[in-house]
Design a protein around this ligand. Structure first.
Ligand SMILES: Nc1ncnc2c1ncn2[C@@H]1O[C@H](COP(=O)(O)OP(=O)(O)OP(=O)(O)O)[C@@H](O)[C@H]1O
Length: 357
């Protein structure tokens, strides 16, 4: 399921959008870049909200726009969710939710109210008026309303950026469930690396109106100069299954050869991969497996490459036994003292991990 888009657009004097690309869209594709780089404009062209002369847009073999035809938004079967949930204040939460569902022909309905309510945890809120919902609850209803039109593509334009950080944390698990369970490809506009790391399968990096590159999340997290590391430093995402709590409360994450221990109250979802976030600065390297140490998580890894990131610091890219990439930030002095080099087998000591819900 690909999106093919080619468009040129001059906005005011100083901004020019120039895009000619084809994107695979399975799962979640993040459109990432600094404020003003053209993410929203690109999304509006895909939606048909910005009618650009000469642009071409094709989705899954259907032509939405070319020199001869222009399919309007309501016929593209797109779900749209913006920064501010645009719910109708005179309708109940329930009627808002069902607004698009009732207008979707029965033959096209693939998602149904019970399913979507359960996915978004809004069953108990259906009778409320819109002004009786919190910001996060409203945004969940906006997501539900968009989903219930059974769209073939969901466009999310910074759906979390108007929410405070507590509410963001509350709604993030629902978004990631939606990403894995709703089965609708999503194009997510964001400038928050955290949202990309939690939700995305691939990243479209934009700068000054152009697409710089398109990478899988793993590729985007594998280069030291990744724009995702610009503000908060390098980090890895490990994928694995989360086990049940042991007697001491810790839970296993990942296969036996690369097993980590962590504490989390998140329900385990057997058979489903979950994401673990590990900051490179929380990872140390040792030549031997230290036994008399309080850090619980020691993984045997092999060094793949070493890149300078600051005058005194180096980023060491390591491969775990199950083939995943783990980044460690260590001093140049440590690299020299331990004679760290590509190919060397070492132990990664991980001080802190965070399960992304
Ligand atoms: N209608 C318009 N008229 C003139 N300039 C516009 C218009 N809409 C957007 N722009 C300009 O086009 C550029 C791209 O805007 P756009 O909203 O697409 O960026 P963005 O990457 O989504 O930014 P943000 O992350 O802040 O939402 C900006 O410089 C913006 O000021």
């Amino acid at each position: 399921m690909n999106l093919r888009i080619s468009a040129e657009l001059q906005l005011a004097d100083e901004f020019r959008l120039q895009v000619d690309t084809e994107l695979p869209l399975q799962g979640v594709t993040a459109l990432f870049g600094r404020s003003g780089c053209g993410k929203t404009t690109l999304l509006r062209i895909v939606a048909g909200l910005e009618r650009v002369r000469g642009a071409r847009v094709q989705f899954a073999g259907q032509c939405w726009q070319d020199g001869r035809q222009f399919v309007p938004l309501h016929r593209r079967r797109i779900g749209l969710v913006f920064q501010e949930p645009s719910l109708l204040p005179h309708l109940s939460a329930r009627d808002n939710l069902l607004y698009g569902y009732r207008r979707t022909p029965e033959a096209l309905r693939r998602l149904h109210p019970d399913q979507v309510c359960a996915l978004l945890g809004i069953e108990d809120l259906l009778q409320r008026r819109i002004d009786q919902l919190s910001g996060g609850q409203r945004q969940r209803f906006a997501l539900g309303r968009a989903l219930l039109t059974s769209p073939q593509l969901l466009l999310l334009d910074e759906p979390l950026s108007a929410l405070d950080s507590q509410t963001k944390r509350e709604i993030m698990p629902f978004l990631s469930r939606l990403a894995t369970e709703a089965g609708v490809p999503m194009l997510l506009v964001t400038h928050a690396p955290e949202e990309v790391q939690r939700l995305a399968d691939r990243v479209v990096f934009m700068q000054d109106g152009r697409i710089q590159c398109i990478e899988s999340l793993q590729q985007a997290l594998a280069r030291p100069d990744s724009p995702l590391f610009a503000d908060q430093g390098a980090a890895s995402i490990l994928l694995g299954e989360l086990g049940e709590p042991q007697a001491d409360g810790l839970r296993a994450f990942g296969p036996a050869a690369s097993r980590l221990w962590l504490s989390s109250r998140q329900p385990s979802r057997p058979g489903q991969l979950q994401r673990l976030h590990i900051r490179a600065q929380d990872v140390s390297l040792a030549l031997d497996d230290p036994q008399r140490i309080s850090i619980q998580n020691h993984l045997p890894v092999r060094i793949e490459r070493i890149d300078p990131i600051r005058p005194s610091q180096q980023l060491v890219s390591c491969r775990t036994a199950d083939g995943q990439l783990l980044l460690a930030e260590v001093t140049r002095r440590a690299v020299e003292q331990l004679q760290l080099a590509p190919g060397l087998a070492v132990f990664a000591l991980i001080k802190s991990v965070a399960l992304l819900e």
